[in-house]
Design a protein around this ligand. Structure first.
Ligand code: SF4
Length: 169
């Protein structure tokens, strides 16, 4: 592991937001949270709580990553509501696999479960992903330690984002 990231304890949500919206990542890192009243977030939580009820959920590792559940053969699962923004979900799971690898747990693969869509997406670490994750971690650290949030252009997802009121007043 690159020494410059050895001290970073990034969460899966931070990795997810890096791909979703870097301004949102900054808000989240600075404890500016507006998700409680957002219907989409509530629906996501409900799907999470009522799907895969037999599985042990939210496995906390080091107080840093939270895996939704672990299936057979070292397959870790992440449960999501919609596949509209797939890239953040994929990298969140790749990061979990990377994290476990750093701890000496080899042979882990991932699946993203979209119960509402009856869809499952396989996720593995591909060539170059380890290096990419380490570069992303350095960049996340740069963003969240910056005194101001990054400027972003209005995107499609802004319409359903709970931070809309403070971004676009
Ligand atoms: S409203 Fe748009 S720019 Fe602002 S945090 Fe949300 S997604 Fe990012």
């Amino acid at each position: 592991m690159d020494n410059s990231i050895a001290h970073l304890k990034l969460t899966g949500t931070q990795i997810n937001y890096y791909f979703l919206c870097q301004r949102k990542l900054w808000y989240f890192a600075h404890d500016i949270q507006m998700e409680q009243n957002n219907d989409a977030v509530y629906l996501g939580k409900l799907i999470h709580e009522t799907s895969y009820e037999r599985e042990k959920k939210e496995i906390d590792i080091d107080g840093t990553i939270k895996i939704d559940f672990i299936g057979k053969d070292r397959v870790i699962h992440e449960v999501k509501k919609s596949d509209k923004v797939e890239e953040p979900h994929i990298w969140q799971l790749k990061y979990y696999i990377w994290y476990l690898k750093q701890k000496g747990v080899e042979g882990v693969t991932g699946k993203i479960n979209y119960p509402k869509l009856k869809k499952i997406l396989d996720v593995v670490l591909e060539n170059g992903d380890m290096e990419k994750i380490e570069t992303i971690m350095v960049d996340i650290n740069r963003i969240i330690t910056s005194p101001l949030p990054p400027v972003v252009n209005r995107m499609k997802i802004c319409k359903s984002c709970s931070y809309g009121d403070i971004c676009w007043v």
